[in-house]
Design a protein around this ligand. Structure first.
Ligand code: SF4
Length: 479
C-alpha cells in the first residue's frame, strides 16, 4: 500500500471502532468454539469478483468462521458487489433484504464496485454495517469487528478511498476455491474508458500482479489438486509485469507441475496478439478458447461506445484466431439498447453474430450508469425494445450453442468433471469450453475422462465415458 493511503487508512481505522483490533494487535476470540460464527458470502458480477470472493472466504475460514451457503441463517454476510448494470445494484439490495429476513441480526459488510461508486446510495440501504471500497477490499476480513462483537450498527462504518493504487500488486495469501477450476486474478483496472462502463472508476487504472506471486499461487493450487487455472483480470490482455506479458506468464505457468489446463477468461479484442494465438496453437496446456467481447456489430455504435476497434478488425481477428488454433471455442459479450441503436444497427449485429463462429454469447441490455459518458447521450432506446433485442440474441445464442455441441457428436473429447450434478448427469468442460453431461455414476469429480459425445442440446453435449481416466491435456483432438 502506498504511504499516502497508509496514512489515510491509519487515520480512519484509529477513529473507527472496527479497526482497533487491527491496530492494537488484540486477538479476537476466533477459533473459540463458543464464539464460532457463521459467515455467508455472495458475489455479483464478473470472474474477477468471484476470484476475490474466494480469497475473502478463505481468510474468513482461517479467522475461525464457519462459511455457510448463501441463503442459510448467518451471523455475517459479505456482499461483493458489481455496478456494471442497474440490475446488479438492485440485486445487491435484494441480497441484503433477503438475508435480514432470515437473519435480522446478521452483520452486513458490502464491498466491490458498487461500494466504490455508489457509496451515497449504499449508505441509505437499511441494515448495512460496513462499507469497504475496492482499495481496501482485500483487507475486509481484518476490518470486521471480532467475531464476538458482530453487532448491528446504527450507521455503516466506512473504509473508502476515491482513488485506487496504480502499483502492480501481490496477494498476502491464496484462496482455496473449492471447485475444480481455480480462478486466479492476474490483473486489475482498465484504461480504455468505454462510454458505458463504470469499471475504470470502480477499479482504477490498469495494473498487473507480480509474476512470481501468480506462480506461487499456481503452485499452491496445483499442490491442492486443482487441474485447471482460469486467469482473470479486468483487461487481462494488458498483463505486463517486469517486461513479461500474458504469453510469457502462461509460459511460466506451464512449467508448474500438476497443472493440466490454463484458461484465459474474457479478453479484449485489441489485446489478442498473433503471438498469443500461435502460442495457443502450439501449447499443450493453454486451452483453445477465447471469450472476446464484441458488444455491437455496428461501427457507429462501437464508436459511440468508445470501443477501440471496428467491425472489420474484429472479424479479421476471429478469422485469424480460428485459422491459427484448431478446434478453437469462441464466445462473446453483446450489449443491446445502447443509445442510438436503431433497428438497422441492431440488424447488423444480429447478421454479424449469426455468421461468426461463436459457440455462445452473453447478452446485456444497456443500462445508463451515473457518471459515464453514455448517460448523457440522446436517443435512449426504450426498455421494451432493448428487452426484445436481448431475447432475439439469446435465442440465437442457444441455437449456436447447440450447433457447436452437435459438431462433436461421434467424436471423443477430454472432459474435466466438476462438482455439479444435474438430473443424474455430472457436468464437465472440454478445453474449448463445451459443457458436457455424462452419467454421474461414471464420471469422477476433478478427473479428466475421455468422453464419446452422443447427443447435443442448447445447454450441453451429452456423452458416455469412453475410458475411465486419461492423462490430462489442454487440447481438443481435431477430427
Ligand atoms: S474495456 Fe471497456 S468495458 Fe471493459 S472494463 Fe475497460 S472500460 Fe469497461
Amino acid at each position: 500500500m502506498l504511504p499516502r493511503y497508509w496514512r489515510a487508512f491509519n487515520k480512519w481505522i484509529r477513529r473507527a471502532s472496527v479497526g482497533s483490533a487491527l491496530l492494537t494487535g488484540r486477538r479476537p476470540h476466533y477459533n473459540d468454539p463458543s464464539s464460532m460464527k457463521r459467515a455467508s458470502l455472495h458475489t455479483l458480477g464478473c470472474r474477477v469478483n468471484q476470484a476475490e470472493t474466494a480469497l475473502l472466504e478463505s481468510r474468513l475460514r482461517r479467522n475461525g468462521y464457519e462459511v455457510v451457503e448463501f441463503g442459510k441463517p448467518t451471523d455475517l454476510l459479505v456482499v461483493n458487489t458489481c455496478s456494471v448494470t442497474e440490475e446488479a445494484e438492485r440485486t445487491c439490495r435484494y441480497v441484503i433484504r433477503r438475508t435480514l429476513r432470515h437473519s435480522p441480526e446478521a452483520y452486513i459488510a458490502v464491498t466491490g464496485c458498487y461500494a466504490q461508486t455508489g457509496l451515497h446510495e449504499l449508505r441509505t440501504i437499511p441494515g448495512v454495517d460496513l462499507i469497504v471500497g475496492n482499495q481496501f477490499k482485500s483487507d475486509l476480513p481484518s476490518l470486521l469487528p471480532s467475531a464476538g462483537q458482530l453487532r448491528k450498527r446504527s450507521r455503516a462504518d466506512l473504509f473508502h478511498s476515491p482513488t485506487i493504487d496504480r502499483e502492480d500488486f501481490s496477494h498476502a495469501d491464496y484462496a482455496d476455491p473449492g471447485s475444480t477450476r481455480a480462478l486466479v486474478k492476474i490483473q486489475d483496472g482498465c484504461n480504455v474508458m468505454c462510454s458505458f462502463c463504470l469499471i475504470p472508476f470502480a477499479r482504477g487504472r490498469e495494473r498487473s500482479r507480480v509474476l512470481e506471486d501468480v506462480l506461487k499461487e499456481a503452485e499452491f493450487l496445483a499442490a491442492k489438486g486443482y487441474r485447471e487455472l482460469v486467469l482473470t483480470g479486468v483487461n487481462l490482455g494488458q498483463y505486463h509485469h517486469d517486461g513479461r506479458d500474458l504469453s510469457a506468464l502462461i509460459n511460466c505457468l506451464e512449467q508448474v507441475p500438476g497443472l493440466s489446463r490454463i484458461r484465459i477468461s474474457s479478453i479484449e479484442p485489441t489485446t489478442v496478439t498473433d503471438e498469443l494465438l500461435s502460442y495457443m496453437a502450439s501449447s499443450t496446456k493453454l486451452c483453445p478458447y477465447l471469450h472476446i467481447p464484441l458488444q455491437s456489430g455496428d461501427d457507429g455504435i462501437l464508436s459511440a461506445m468508445h470501443r477501440p476497434y471496428r467491425v472489420k478488425d474484429y472479424v479479421s481477428l476471429i478469422d485469424r484466431a480460428c485459422a491459427a488454433v484448431p478446434g478453437l471455442g469462441v464466445g462473446t459479450d453483446l450489449m443491446v439498447g445502447f443509445p442510438g441503436e436503431s433497428d438497422e444497427a441492431f440488424s447488423k449485429t444480429l447478421r454479424l453474430v449469426e455468421t461468426l463462429p461463436f459457440s455462445y454469447f452473453h447478452v446485456f441490455p444497456y443500462s445508463p450508469r451515473p457518471g459515464t459518458a453514455a448517460q448523457k447521450l440522446k436517443d435512449q432506446v426504450p426498455v421494451s425494445v432493448a428487452r426484445n433485442r436481448a431475447k432475439q440474441l439469446s435465442e440465437l445464442s442457444n441455437r449456436k450453442r447447440m450447433a457447436f455441441a452437435e459438431q462433436f457428436i461421434g467424436r471423443t473429447l477430454p472432459v474435466l468433471f466438476e462438482n455439479t450434478v444435474v438430473e443424474g448427469f455430472r457436468i464437465g468442460i472440454t478445453p474449448n469450453y463445451l459443457r458436457v453431461a455424462a452419467p454421474a455414476y461414471s464420471a469422477e469429480v476433478n478427473q479428466e475422462h475421455t468422453v464419446r459425445i452422443c447427443g447435443a442440446s442448447d445447454r450441453w453435449a451429452v456423452g458416455m465415458i469412453a475410458q475411465p481416466q486419461t492423462r490430462a491435456s489442454g487440447k481438443v483432438p481435431v477430427a
